[in-house]
Ligand binder design. Sequence first.
Ligand SMILES: Cc1ncc(COP(=O)(O)O)c(C=O)c1O
Length: 389
Amino acid sequence: MKVSERLTSLPTGIFSEIDQIVQAQAAKGMDIINLSVGSPDRGPAPHIVNALSDAVCDGAKYGYALSEGMPGFKKAVTEWYYNRFNVSLDPEKEVLSLMGSQDGLSHIFLAFLNPGDLALIPDPGYPVYSAGVLIAGGEIFYMPLLKENRFLPDFEAIPQDVARKAKIMVLNYPSNPVTAVADMDFFSRAVSFAKKYDIIICHDVAYSELSFDGYKPPSFLETRGGKEVGVEFHSLSKTYNMAGCRIAFITGNSKVIDALRRLKSNIDYGIFQPVQIAGIAALTGSQDYVRETAQIYQMRRDAMLDNLANGGWKIPKPKATMFVWAPLPSQYKDSKAFTIELLEKTGVVVTPGIAFGRLGEGYVRIALVCEKERLDEAAKRIISAGICG
Ligand SMILES: Cc1ncc(COP(=O)(O)O)c(C=O)c1O
């Protein structure tokens, strides 16, 4: 049986390789502290769980859902958006529900790219962006995210012939894995670039609510002209700890949203209605739990990075996300080799930066997805293994 070239073009998982080593170490009895996957360890707020459980008990909620999202969910999105970003949206034309932002971020390229068309993708970046382009048969120009540019792409450095050919660009701030943030000035430059070259901007804003020290990430759609050129992908996975209870949404340019809606109406039947009802409760209910969740990540960030700094491994503190992007201790160069050594010596699992692109080399991503006590234990093991530099 021969699989498609499309499938073989997708990277084979460094993640599954690490996973196999994790399982082998666990089978030997090693106590594993898994800080590799960005899956929230807290559950949703009680009012969200209650809304879900009530709806699940209602037999009338088991029919096919509307592919584009229940009107109540889209209305809740517009209210949330206005309250949070002061951006007005038309719930009919400028909002579409998604089965997780991964759904939208992978399918958007099928809606816009013909084979050979070009997409501008950040390196390092969340893997679904490049996978989505490859599935659509598109080509990728990687925009380097460099520390000296605060991990923002340099639009001036994109060759003109590339910019002219590009149809779509992905941005992601606060970003995974590099944990960088962007300001309105950067977004304005992105809008000018997109207008000049007729490029659609897809801004992935999955971490907009997990921010620290009083910082509030902006929406790309707050930018003048933002809605003319782009869309934004939000997710309830991290904001409301609903990662397995799949729901997200896209907002912004109505033509882009209409294209994705048409594509998706050929692929799926929408999100299980009780999940949409839970999503409405999340977006319209008290946001106290969201603030509490962000504070917990901030407290974990401080504990982990202060401990590691005391042990000699200095890692910058991020302003947002649930991750830290850690430059390897000076004696290491290879992020995969470092990850494996760390795992075998300490049982602590992180993600090698190379898994996010060529320019992720030299870093590892640490997800703050354990209680503080476990993170303290992880730091203690890392320091006593003598791998902090
Ligand atoms: C940057 C980013 N975008 C999108 C996603 C996908 O989230 P979901 O499909 O759960 O909405 C993730 C998940 O980790 C992510 O880190």
